[in-house]
Design a protein around this ligand. Structure first.
Ligand code: ZN
Length: 350
C-alpha cells in the first residue's frame, strides 16, 4: 500500500491566544481543520496522535531558563514575553504540543510510518532563539525537531528550507556552527527580524552551511521557482540530506497583511513538488513541513492545501504551469548575488 502523508493537528493549538488585535490568531487554523475534517480528507491523509515534547528534548535547543520562563506563564491570564509575543493560560501547553508535533512528524517519516508529514501547528517557531521568545514564537518547533533527529535518531545531515516571508533567525542561530544542518532561507529583506543578510553564511564547521537569499518585496511564483531550480536544487544534491524539513510560512502569499510578496497556490505547489522530488531522490522521500506564518486566513488555507495536495501526489498544478515554472527565466538580482555567495562553498551552475 502506498504510504500516506501525515497531518498533525490538535484543538490545543487553538487555545493559544496572543491577545486582542494580534494577527497570529487561533482562527488561522480553524478553516483548515474544518476542511481536513471532511471524510475524503480523512481518507486521504493520516491523522496521528502525538504528545507534548518533553523538557529534555526541548532543552536540546533551548536553555532551561527559557523553558522555565515560558512554563511560568501556564495558567496566567495574559503576559508578554517580548513586544510581539504574548501568552494566554494555555500557551505553554500549545507550545509544548507544537514542538511535540514537529518531533512526531520527524519520527513518523524517519521510521517510514508516513511518507511525508505536515505539522499544522501554532504558535509558530522559527524566530524563537536559544534563550528567548521572538516574533510570536515561544519554542522553535523545527529546530527542536531537527535537534531530536540529530541527537536521538542518529541523523547526520538535515536540510532545513525556510520559505516564510521573515528570516528564520532562531533556526539559523541554532545551527550556525554546524555542518549537520544546511539552512536555506528566502525572505523579504531588510525586514523583521533584521537578520538574513547574504554575508551570514555560518561559522566554524558551519561555514557555508547557512545560505540566505534576501529578497525585495514583489517576488512572484517564477522568482521563487528560479531560486529553487537554480540554487536550492544543486545545493541539496551536493549536500545529500537524510531528511528535508520546511519552515512553511504563507505570509509570502500575495495579499498577506504583513508582506508584499506575490506567491500563489501554484508557487507553493511547485516549491513543494521540487522538494518532494529532491526528497525522493536523496532521502527516501522524507519531507516534513512545519507551519510558520501566514496571516490572511483564506489565502493561507489555500496555500497549505496546495502543499498538502502536492505531498499527497495529486499533482493538481497543471502541467503547463509546472513547465512554465521549471523553465522560468528573467532578471533576478537577488538570485545572482546569492549564487555568487554560495559558489564560495558549493558548485552552482550558471
Ligand atoms: Zn513570517
Amino acid at each position: 500500500m502506498k504510504s500516506k502523508t501525515a497531518v498533525l493537528q490538535s484543538e490545543v493549538f487553538l487555545a493559544h491566544d496572543p491577545g486582542p488585535g494580534h494577527v497570529e490568531v487561533p482562527q488561522r487554523l480553524v478553516g483548515l481543520y474544518r476542511e481536513l475534517a471532511r471524510p475524503e480528507q480523512r481518507q486521504r491523509f493520516l491523522f496521528p496522535d502525538f504528545l507534548p515534547v518533553d523538557e529534555d528534548t526541548l532543552a536540546l535547543n533551548h536553555s532551561r531558563a527559557h523553558i522555565a520562563r515560558v512554563a511560568a506563564t501556564a495558567g496566567s491570564p495574559f503576559e508578554c514575553l517580548d513586544p510581539d509575543t504574548c501568552t494566554s493560560p494555555r500557551s505553554y501547553e500549545a507550545a509544548c504540543l507544537a514542538a511535540g508535533a514537529a518531533v512526531k512528524a520527524v519520527d513518523l517519516v524517519t521510521a517510514g510510518e508516513a511518507d511525508k508529514a505536515f505539522a499544522l501547528v501554532r504558535p509558530p517557531g522559527h524566530h524563537a532563539e536559544h534563550d528567548r521568545t521572538r516574533g510570536f514564537c515561544l519554542f522553535n518547533n523545527i529546530a527542536v525537531a531537527a535537534r531530536h533527529a540529530l541527537q536521538n535518531l542518529g541523523l547526520e545531515r538535515i536540510l532545513i528550507v525556510d520559505w516564510d516571508l521573515h528570516h528564520g533567525n532562531g533556526t539559523q542561530q541554532a545551527f550556525y556552527d554546524t555542518d549537520q544542518v544546511l539552512f536555506f532561507s528566502t525572505h523579504q529583506y531588510p525586514y523583521f527580524p533584521g537578520t538574513g543578510a547574504l554575508s551570514e553564511t555560518g561559522r566554524g564547521r558551519g561555514e557555508g552551511y547557512t545560505i540566505n537569499v534576501p529578497l525585495q518585496g514583489g517576488q512572484d511564483d517564477a522568482a521563487f521557482a528560479r531560486i529553487f531550480n537554480e540554487l536550492l536544487t544543486p545545493l541539496a544534491e551536493q549536500y545529500r540530506p537524510e531528511l528535508i524539513l520546511v519552515s512553511a510560512g504563507f505570509d509570502t502569499y500575495g495579499g498577506d497583511p504583513l508582506g508584499t510578496m506575490m506567491v500563489t497556490e501554484a508557487g507553493y505547489a511547485y516549491m513543494t513538488g521540487v522538494l518532494g522530488e529532491l526528497a525522493a531522490g536523496l532521502c527516501g522521500g522524507r519531507l516534513v513541513m512545519v507551519l510558520e506564518g501566514g496571516y490572511d486566513l483564506t489565502i493561507m488555507e489555500r496555500g497549505v492545501l496546495a502543499c498538502l495536495g502536492e505531498m499527497a501526489g495529486d499533482r493538481l498544478l497543471p502541467k503547463k504551469s509546472r513547465t512554465r515554472l521549471r523553465q522560468a527565466v528573467g532578471p533576478l538580482r537577488a538570485l545572482e548575488y546569492a549564487r555568487e555567495t554560495a559558489k564560495k562553498y558549493w558548485t552552482i551552475p550558471g
